[in-house]
Write a protein that binds this ligand. Structure first.
Ligand code: BES
Ligand code: ZN
Length: 622
């Protein structure tokens, strides 16, 4: 409580300081009104904006440090202090201009979640600043993997994760999604390794260990990303391809065979792809997310490589972010739904266009189940179920749940059903086109929407009811799936002791299995659990999504003794937070905290900070 109060006071203080500072010319107030206030950044781009970021880095695997400098090109509106975001960085020296004259800097006090404001003295005419720095063990964006933690087992690996506010833990910058920058980089690594970034990329290793990158389109800093490892590349289509460790390359290429088709389908829906190439890199299993839409190079979990191409909607999702998110970006993390809601809608349209409406409806229904469960757990009236979030003073990560994704999707699907698909598609295409390479807030979206689609044409529907109020508004669209209706019957039959050995399940897809397992009750007797496992072999499924829901069911049904070893193996090898959370939570809720901790102690060294933060809190480690 005290900590919260102190935090609130310091933010209020910072804000007052920011509005009362009158160092510059008298356009200050106007400029300040032009950009949305981001409560998760110390940067004041209204005063001095960073426009280009040039990295010159050396990566040292033995000390697990990145060392070097970042040079920032400035647009200075006549101010004398540049504010950058940093967290757990070691700042060594700051210089100005081509001549690199030394200047004074202050690292302000640490603010929870945000890190430290790096305040640098500049001249009103300064347009270039160089910060010399190195990362530390607290640089949470980075996950350093030992050779043993990779597929090849012979070389180390490093990847970064920037979203939401982690880029500042490896690069001093104005780390706000409202401030777009172009970037370039020169990265030196041990010769056996290759570097790729969210930029134009090499397709083969060179023998110097030095790699150069360029991102010419202006992007928010959370999209700066890098992976270093023993990497290989395989093209999939004219503009698409896949990177992975050599051991994973063929399997990955098989899985993503339709990537070029997805790209074409996406362009046919909402306009030209403006980023040049679209490649995916398959990371080691500790990657804490399913996917991350780093521009030109999506980062993906290997848990979607199932051998049957059944989890590729994740690629459609990350690809869709090339429009929603990367082209039109949420201005602050309160507007996160603008990124994810549109992306889920777009993802399902891509899947529909490749694999048909039945397929997309299954995805939508699974999403709707997630949405209902999330609202239930947050509370029907919780302000965290509004699309527009209030994350001031909180970790930006707190708002990253199914509300943005699935409530956002459901609202857009509802609009589609009211105004018709062709009108909605025309609106979306124009929306992406007219806001390309801009960061916008929720209010800007609302005004734009009503300017194109008058309120009077929408019946009882209002954006406000979805965006600024809790729960799911009445009159929302209802997805239906014939395939799932059949599965519902199977669930009933199973409960009534139907002989599952006689079922013909050959045609069931992953999504039907997920629907089946998720809808089984939590009080099945041991005989039934055993029978399920025997007949359907869930515990040995090669599909992580199925394993995850099966293990969860087993935990709640007291079937843990039979799956404990496999559960442990899963939790030790996979670091995807979406899978970890329900399993550790299940163990905790069923009074098996000791077992949860025993497994967690073994698994924790394999997890990225994003996952350990959540699990530490869940299991009472902090
Ligand atoms: N941008 C997100 C991942 C993310 C969100 C990282 C918030 C950090 C903070 C990405 O596009 C995403 O949504 N990934 C999902 C998969 C998707 C198919 C729903 C995931 O990781 O599970
Ligand atoms: Zn997403």
């Amino acid at each position: 409580m005290l900590q919260k109060l102190v935090f609130f006071l310091s933010i209020t203080f910072l804000w007052t300081q920011c509005t009362s500072e009158k160092k510059g010319n008298n356009t200050t107030n106007k400029l300040q009104n032009d950009l949305t206030m981001d409560h998760h950044s110390f940067g004041k781009p209204n005063e001095i904006a960073t426009k280009h970021l040039a990295l010159d880095l050396e990566v040292d695997f033995s000390s697990q440090k990145i060392k070097g400098k970042v040079s920032l090109t400035l647009e200075n509106h006549g101010f004398t202090t540049l504010h950058l975001d940093t967290r757990n960085l070691n700042i060594q020296k700051v210089t100005l201009g081509e001549k690199e004259e030394k200047t004074v800097f202050t690292l302000e006090d640490t603010i929870p979640f945000l890190g430290q404001d790096l305040a640098i003295e500049v001249k009103p005419e300064t347009n270039l600043v160089h910060v010399y720095y190195e990362t530390t063990a607290g640089s949470d964006a980075l996950q350093w993997l030992s050779a043993a933690q990779t597929s090849g087992k012979s070389l180390p690996y490093l990847f970064t994760q920037g979203q939401a506010i982690l880029t500042r833990t490896w690069i001093p910058c104005q780390d706000s999604p409202g401030n777009r920058i172009t970037y370039s980089a020169r990265v030196k690594v041990p010769q056996e390794l290759m570097v790729v970034m969210s930029a134009d990329n090499p397709q083969a290793k060179n023998n110097t260990g030095i790699y150069a990158f360029e991102m010419k389109q202006p992007i928010p800093p959370y999209l700066i990303a890098m992976t270093i490892g023993n990497l290989a590349f395989k093209p999939l289509g004219e503009r698409t391809g896949v990177y992975a460790e050599p051991e994973m390359l063929e399997k990955s290429a098989y899985e993503f065979v339709d990537m070029e088709k997805m790209l074409i389908a996406a362009e046919n829906l909402y306009g030209k792809y403006l980023w040049g190439r679209y490649d995916v890199i398959v990371l080691p299993p500790s990657f804490p997310f399913g996917g991350m839409e780093n521009p030109k190079l999506t980062f993906a979990t290997p848990t979607i490589i199932t051998g049957d191409r059944s989890l590729t909607s994740l690629v459609a999702h990350e690809l869709a972010h090339s429009w929603s998110g990367n082209l039109v970006t949420n201005a602050t993390w309160n507007d996160f739904w603008l990124n994810e809601g549109f992306t889920v809608y777009f993802e399902r349209r891509i899947m529909e266009s490749l694999y048909g409406a039945d397929y997309a409806e299954m995805l939508a229904l699974l999403g709707y189940q997630d949405l209902k469960a999330t609202i239930e757990s947050l509370g029907q009236d919780s302000a965290d179920t509004h699309l527009f979030l209030a994350l001031k003073g909180r970790d930006a990560d707190d708002g990253m749940n199914d509300i943005a994704y699935e409530k956002g999707y459901l609202m857009l699907r509802t609009i589609e059903s009211i105004i018709g698909r062709s009108k909605f598609d025309a609106f979306l295409k124009e929306y992406f086109h007219s806001h390309a390479f801009q960061s916008i807030d929720t209010k800007t979206f609302i005004d734009y929407f009503y300017s194109k689609i008058p309120k009077a044409t929408l019946g009882d529907f209002t954006l406000e009811a979805w965006i600024y109020a809790p729960g799911i508004p009445a009159g929302h669209y209802e997805n239906k799936s014939k395939k799932f209706a059949l599965i519902d019957k199977k669930v009933e039959a199973f409960i009534k002791n139907d002989d599952i050995r006689k079922w013909d399940t050959k045609s069931w897809t992953t999504h039907e299995w997920l629907h089946f397992i998720r809808n089984l009750p939590k009080d099945l007797d041991q005989e039934k659990m055993k029978n399920l496992d025997l007949v359907f072999n869930f515990s040995d499924s090669g599909n992580a999504e199925i394993l995850d829901v099966w293990f969860e069911l087993a935990i709640y049904n007291g079937y843990i003794h039979s799956i404990e070893d496999k559960l442990e193996a899963f939790l030790v090898s996979v670091g995807r937070r979406k899978f970890l959370t329900p399993l550790y939570k299940g163990l905790k809720e069923t009074n098996q905290l000791e077992l949860a901790k025993k497994i967690y102690n073994k698994a924790r060294p394999n997890y990225h900070s994003v996952a350990t933060h959540t699990m530490d809190e869940l299991l009472g480690y902090k």
